[in-house]
Design a binder for this molecule. Sequence first.
Ligand SMILES: Nc1nc2c(c(=O)[nH]1)N[C@H]1C(S)=C(S)[C@@H](COP(=O)(O)O)O[C@H]1N2
Ligand SMILES: [Mo]
Length: 203
Amino acid sequence: MLISFLKNVKWSARFPLNHADKAGRHGTVAISATRKSGLPHRSHVYLAGLSLMLASAAHADPDLLQLDVDGNIEYQAASPHNERIFTRQELLAMPVHTIQTSTNWTGSEVWEGPRLIDVLKKAGIRGSSIRVFAYDDYSQEIPVAFIEKYEPILAYRENGRELRLNDFGPLFIIFPRDQYRDELSTISNTRRFVFQVRRIEVK
Ligand SMILES: Nc1nc2c(c(=O)[nH]1)N[C@H]1C(S)=C(S)[C@@H](COP(=O)(O)O)O[C@H]1N2
Ligand SMILES: [Mo]
């Protein structure tokens, strides 16, 4: 159901046109093998319609709020692929930090979520750089020193509302851009505002 939903996501008008293009070009979004349901094709078609209806009824996609952290992290005895999976419940239970800032796409808004560095530490990070992967197949590398310096959050809420996939959710890396306008508004640092985050690989 999750896969069917993702394959049929309609990109909201809030995304700039180039994102609609990107979504169109990629067609479907990549999804990890662990979440494949193995349903026959016809059920997929049926469930696609159903999940779209459910998704629009619910105005959120709570199943998506999850984060996989893998790569150069502490040994995860519970995971054969050495992944540290943060469930929705765990993400919501972590200390919440607030950043009020504008972004490339929005005016000044209130963003809430755990600090990215807290999540990385909880996964037992060993490397000095991370690569963040998004549902639209975008990925971006960010040095850990940069994360320690600017303390971005993994925002799951904007102005009190949970972020949906079509408004940058389920997780959006938000840096306090308005506080460090010169440093954080450069093109190379704007690339680090990764939205639709689904996985982080530690290098
Ligand atoms: N998930 C996701 N995050 C992303 C991107 C993207 O394509 N997908 N583009 C990045 C880049 S290259 C920049 S410069 C900024 C702004 O992207 P835009 O100008 O293409 O909207 O968002 C960054 N975050
Ligand atoms: Mo960019």
